[in-house]
Design a protein around this ligand. Structure first.
Ligand code: ADP
Length: 435
């Protein structure tokens, strides 16, 4: 038996023996037993009172000294309390360290509760967003960062992509917001200062745009002379004729490179004006006619299927450029006599253009990188086609500006399919499908 219980049992047995002896002596067994029980209950009650009183006083008072099982209960309770105190102190120290380190971070950190109210933020958040303690604690975050883009992003609960907006207190400061959900719809917001990055990006865009623009005039002059010489190639020695036709070919390639670079920088820098209402049927008919001309004596079998006479809300030049890049690529990369199907169709979630060919196909590992600038799946093939490596990058940018997505399916040796998915909001007409 546990020693504490043994110590508890001893006085109880003594009390019972005394009650028995007193009962025998006075011949009053029931009275002496009742008296002994009352005494025992009183003692237990007194211990309960002391325990309650000691617990109420907290840790400030001395542990009451007592006997038997109560001594053990007091001692164990005190140990439990001390242990939980130590645990609490350890947790507090960890919280303090985390708060100190996040406070020292150069990035802003904010914690927002499940109702969208601001709970805590670090020093950088105060600077970037102009938050002031304690007035802003408990305020809705969308009232403190008053920007419709931020509100839309915050309420969307889709935080796969970060949001970039200027700081509400300093328009020169470009901030990138990353939101993470945790707990019961609580949010941790990380804000990164991307001003320098944006400046460098703007410098890069300006540089490419300026260089392309500056190169255009001298190149036009040089190509003009080369074209003239090429036209008179018959009167030149054969060796010169070959050289001049190669020069003409290379200068045409440089011209298309510059045109594509200028197109890309226009897509990146220009602001969107009022969109046009683009007739897709006539646009595709024109492009397919051009593609037939491009195919020439390579005799591709080009078919066009327009399922509905939709008008698309978009930018005519950009869409023309994106669609022709896809269709001309199919002509460029598909073997002579190959099949190319161009289709425009409706789907429950929008409309889409697909360009399918039975050409050489693209190895799976190239597909995620195809829309990168100058990325080529097969550089040797490109030398023959004269591609710039910018076509799919242009397609990606145009689609981005139309909230559309590019999907690429391809199997080596069987062919490729490039589909552009436009959201239903972009579709203007509501006519029944006419195949
Ligand atoms: P390029 O000007 O070189 O054609 P793009 O950006 O248009 O550049 O295309 C990138 C690469 O994707 C191409 O170099 C080619 O390897 C591959 N590609 C694009 N379209 C097709 C297609 N229809 N069939 C096979 N490969 C293709």
């Amino acid at each position: 038996m546990n020693p504490a219980w043994r110590r508890e049992l001893r006085p109880l047995l003594l009390l019972l023996a005394t009650a028995l002896a007193a009962g025998y002596f006075f011949n009053e067994f029931s009275f002496s037993f009742a008296f002994a029980c009352g005494l025992y209950i009183l003692w237990q009650w007194l211990q309960l009172y002391r325990l309650h009183h000691w617990l109420q006083q907290g840790q400030s008072t001395q542990l009451p000294s007592t006997y038997g099982i109560w001594g053990s209960i007091f001692y164990q309770t005190q140990r439990l309390q001390q242990r939980s105190q130590k645990h609490q102190q350890r947790l507090q120290a960890i919280i303090n360290r985390i708060q100190d380190s996040t406070a020292a971070l150069q990035d802003a950190v904010l914690m927002v509760d499940s109702h969208g109210n601001l709970e805590w933020w670090n020093r950088a958040a105060g600077e970037f967003l102009g938050l002031k303690a304690p007035v802003d604690v408990g305020q809705p975050i969308t009232n403190l960062i008053r920007n419709p883009l931020f509100k839309g992003y915050f309420d969307s609960v889709n935080y796969d992509e970060p949001l970039s907006i200027p700081s509400p207190v300093n328009a020169q400061l470009q901030l990138q917001f990353n939101i993470t959900l945790f707990g019961r719809k609580d949010r941790l917001i990380l804000v990164h200062d991307i001003t320098r990055l944006k400046q460098l990006e703007a410098m890069r865009k300006d540089f490419v745009a300026n260089v392309s623009h500056e190169l255009r005039t001298p190149l036009t002059v040089v190509s003009g002379y080369i074209e003239t010489m090429d036209m008179a190639a018959d009167s030149l020695p054969p060796r010169w004729g070959r050289m001049i036709s190669q020069m003409a070919q290379q200068s045409r390639r440089m011209e298309s490179l510059i045109t594509d670079l200028l197109m890309l920088s226009r897509l990146e820098t220009s602001h969107q004006n009022q969109p046009d209402s683009v007739s897709i049927r006539s646009m595709l008919e024109t492009i397919v006619a051009d593609a037939r001309a491009l195919s020439g004596d390579r005799h591709h079998q080009l078919t066009l299927k327009v399922q509905s006479d939709d008008q698309l809300k978009g930018y005519t030049d950009e869409l023309h450029s994106a669609f022709s890049n896809l269709i001309f690529n199919a002509v460029k990369y598909t073997q002579d006599g190959g099949e190319i199907q161009v289709s425009w169709s409706r789907h429950p979630d929008g409309v889409r253009l697909c360009v399918k060919d039975n050409g050489p196909g693209i190895d799976e590992h190239h597909i995620p990188r195809l829309t990168e600038r100058f990325y080529r799946a097969d550089p040797s093939r490109n030398n023959q086609t004269g591609g710039t490596g910018l076509g799919l990058a242009i397609v990606k940018h145009v689609l981005l500006r139309h909230q559309a997505e590019l999907e690429i399916h391809s199997t080596l040796g069987q062919g490729s399919e490039f589909c552009c998915h436009f959201p239903a909001e972009r579709c203007l007409t509501d006519t029944e499908p006419t195949i």
